[in-house]
Design a protein around this ligand. Structure first.
Ligand code: GLV
Ligand code: MN
Ligand code: MN
Length: 433
């Protein structure tokens, strides 16, 4: 565990009267402002990665940063790095942030909260006139969600080396538009060499996206790790034919075959174990017309479990079911894996800083692991990383109904500020590098 010294030069954990404070009004106003970019009628967000609304949110973030005099750098996959320089710019930085993209009918806080809480930390340091020893860098990762371009965690994946830049640029959306085209259109194909950015510690603040913190009345989730994730695209190829003239015995209906597979995926938790999460979240049918027997269907499948051996079991079931359905329905099936994220254990020293920061502010905290995936999984392969969660109403996320209370937002940003301040003063000799 690294030795921590407080920014004031004392070893006292409790902030003194002159210490920087989160400005609640500014934080909440900024959250509201960013929720206008891609706002849906249902009170949520449709801010798909590298669409117009994502471009507006990115532009706004960069404009605020430039007005503040922070350094704004963009890497070739469009990740934005905003740095408030420290006293010693040769030292590895503190990384904070998350993602601004959303699901198609997503909420206002998944991702955006982590970016804007990080921005508020930088602004609070300005207010107090505090120069940290290490620089603090705020990041907005490109295409965390994977809703428009698959796979998710794309921007951090390029930095971590789990996907090549060329492959990432070539990823297409449902219209065939590539990531590279959209980066050029929006002006976010930068030249910053983010893979050589030295990171001392990374903190990502996020809504829990589950019900535990709210149910237990706990302010802060201290996140110790994330379960493993595998994504698959399953192609079902049949024959499109006339709906009115083709007897059922003559059909190779890709959609009916896909429906059988959906049933299998939904029942997997019964045969693997109750910790398995197995979801078919998307189905793309061609030609998608009422009076044509569907000739082609692609299922987008999400499997998660803390234990990769259990995921092996689930994957085996999926592959077997795909082969059986092909045989039974006279179609061809192909199972393609599009994402592999092993389980992640976050850095104990960084997690401990979050726990201590919460305690120093009188906030209740509990350890938890994350069911949702996060860019911090990729960051953790290169630097000491951890996450802190705040509650969300009814555990809802990936829905327009996602919501948080004002004080939860302020609590999370305040704990982040304290943890960042401490970590930013850690001496090189006591650092985790
Ligand atoms: C990220 O949103 C995930 O799929 O967990
Ligand atoms: Mn998220
Ligand atoms: Mn999400």
């Amino acid at each position: 565990m690294a030795t921590i010294s407080a920014g004031s030069g004392t070893n006292d954990d409790a902030p003194g009267p002159s210490d920087p404070r989160i400005d609640p009004d500014r934080l909440l106003a900024t959250l509201s402002r960013f929720a206008t970019f891609g706002a849906t009628d249902g009170g949520g967000l449709n801010r798909l990665s590298l669409g117009d609304a994502d471009g507006q949110a990115r532009d706004e973030l960069c404009a605020i940063a430039r007005r503040r005099g922070y350094r704004v750098e963009v890497d070739p996959i469009g990740n934005i790095f905003i740095t408030r320089p420290g006293l010693d710019e040769t030292l590895p930085v503190l990384l904070v942030g998350s993602h601004l993209d959303s699901q198609p009918f997503g909420g206002r806080y998944d991702g955006a909260y982590g970016v804007l809480a990080g921005l508020e930390v930088l602004r609070s340091l300005d207010d107090a006139g505090l120069r940290t020893r290490r620089s603090v860098t705020l990041v907005d990762w490109t295409n965390e969600e994977g809703a428009r371009f698959s796979p998710g965690l794309l921007g951090s994946g390029v930095v971590a080396g789990t996907i090549s830049l060329a492959d990432a640029h070539a990823r297409t959306d449902a219209q065939g538009i590539t990531v590279g085209q959209e980066l050029d259109r929006l002006g976010y194909r930068g030249a910053f060499d983010s893979s050589s950015l030295a990171v001392h510690r990374s903190f990502e603040t996020h809504i829990e996206q589950g019900p535990v913190l709210e149910r237990t009345g706990t302010d802060i989730g201290v996140v110790t790790g994330v379960q493993a994730i595998r994504w698959f695209d399953v192609l079902v190829q049949g024959q499109d034919r006339h709906a009115g003239t083709t007897a059922h015995s003559d059909r190779q209906d890709a959609l009916v075959a896909a429906a059988r597979l959906i049933e299998v995926v939904d029942r997997m938790a019964d045969t693997v174990d109750e910790k398995l999460r197995a979801t078919v979240g998307e189905i793309r049918v061609q030609p998608n017309s009422r009076n044509v027997i569907p000739g082609r269907a692609v299922l987008a499948i999400d499997l998660r479990h803390p234990d990769p051996a259990r995921l092996d079991q689930a994957e085996e079931q999926l592959r077997r079911a795909a082969a059986e359905v092909a045989e039974q329905r006279g179609v061809r099936t192909e199972v393609h894996q599009v994402l592999e994220m092993p389980p992640t254990a976050f850095d104990a020293g960084t997690t401990d800083l979050i726990r201590r920061a919460a305690a120093s502010l009188g906030r209740s905290a509990m350890e938890m692991s994350s069911g949702a995936g996060h860019d911090s999984m990729n960051v953790a392969s290169r630097a000491p990383a951890s996450m802190l969660f705040i509650p969300c109403v009814d555990g809802l996320s990936h829905t327009q109904a996602e919501d948080i209370h004002d004080e939860w937002a302020v609590n999370g940003a305040s704990v982040l500020l304290t943890a960042v301040r401490w970590a930013a003063e850690e001496a090189a000799g006591h650092s985790p590098e």
